[in-house]
Design a protein around this ligand. Structure first.
Ligand code: CP
Length: 340
């Protein structure tokens, strides 16, 4: 009997216990990979990867993760599949569910991913929407734990800038693990102004798990006790018309510069999910400084995708015994004998 169908759409789908077990699995798979000993847990399995938007890290990490686990990934680009043009979400989800073992989907709208998951009969992993970026968030807290000896409940993560999809997921996951999350931003670009329901989720995490959520315009004060200073793009696809307003609101105060980093403790690390607009939300000096762990984050996307794919897909696939394989091989070879 395979495991009941589970999707990964939002970090709020997790509990701290599940999340910690996932991080242990990611760590084990990373250690195995370091010795070129990654177990082929998904031998023969396939992953459909739907991308409505461009991607470097998510695309490459999911594809390489499937290969390392012994499976296979298909890159399904808009215009090259019928989704959104000649075919609706339900039909595509039903059909892919008959052919692949899991689907990763990056969509402009969060509703596209939730509707796809509603109709899918295989695990669906959210590869980023306008609302959140849960696989990045799991990767980021895993990366944070690699760079500290403190328990997560003693960590302070300061997110500087816009309430992006990465910001909402980071607020949720940090508070789920009992840490402190501070959003330093101009008020109109805060989570409350853009994604008010996230604050309900965060409040739930504060109550259940002891995390702390704060928001402020005072970025200089916010970073004083930071263990991690995180930033993201000031605008995304479709927000090009807003660039002048956004630059005016964020620059120079919310740019992560050496001066801002100098206000934080010496051990504070700089994080960015990438891609970055260098010289905009963060200076080159910060991005390339010894405090920067941006490439560790990127590499950990690969180990995270391996962990998440193994977590959601491995329990659902049938692992045939050698005798069953031999039985089918015999039957099939006998039917092909007539073609000789
Ligand atoms: N961080 C991230 O999701 O990067 P990509 O857009 O390159 O996938």
């Amino acid at each position: 009997m395979s495991q009941p169908l589970q999707h990964f759409i939002d970090t709020q789908d997790l509990t701290p216990t599940t999340l910690r077990r996932q991080m242990d699995l990611i760590e084990a798979l990373k250690a195995a990979d370091r010795q070129n000993a990654c177990p082929r847990l998904l031998e023969g399995a396939s992953l459909g990867m739907i991308f409505e938007e461009a991607s470097t890290r998510t695309r490459v990490s999911f594809e390489v993760a499937m290969t390392k686990l012994g499976g296979h990934a298909l890159y399904l680009k808009p215009g090259e599949i019928h989704l959104g043009e000649k075919e609706n979400i339900k039909d595509t989800a039903e059909v892919l569910s008959r052919m692949v073992d899991a689907v990763e989907i990056r969509a402009f709208k969060h509703d596209t991913v939730t509707e796809f998951a509603r109709h899918a009969r295989v695990p669906v992993l959210n590869g980023l929407t306008d609302y959140n970026h849960p696989t990045q968030a799991v990767c980021d807290v895993f990366t944070m734990t690699e760079h500290t000896d403190k328990p997560f409940s003693e960590l302070t993560v300061v997110f500087v800038g816009d309430a992006t999809n990465v910001c909402t997921s980071t607020a949720q996951i940090v508070t789920m693990l009992g840490g402190t999350f501070i959003h330093a931003r101009p008020e109109q670009y805060g989570i409350k102004a853009q994604w008010p329901t996230v604050l309900d989720e965060v409040a739930r995490n504060e109550q259940l798990y002891g995390g702390r959520y704060l928001e402020t315009e005072d970025v200089e004060d916010a970073v004083v006790n930071a263990d991690y200073i995180y930033t993201d793009l000031w605008w995304w696809f479709g927000q090009e018309d807003e660039i002048p307003d956004r630059v005016k609101a964020f620059k120079p105060r919310y740019q992560v510069s050496s001066e801002l980093m100098a206000r934080a403790p010496e051990h504070a690390k700089f994080m960015h999910c990438l891609p970055a607009s260098r010289g905009v939300e963060a200076t080159d000096e910060v991005m390339d400084s010894p405090q920067s762990i941006i490439y560790d984050q990127s590499e950990n996307r690969l180990h995270t995708e391996k962990g998440l794919l193994a977590w959601y897909v491995y329990p659902r696939i049938t692992h045939a015994t050698e005798s069953l394989r031999r039985y089918h091989e015999g039957r099939i070879e006998a039917s092909l004998e007539s073609l000789r």
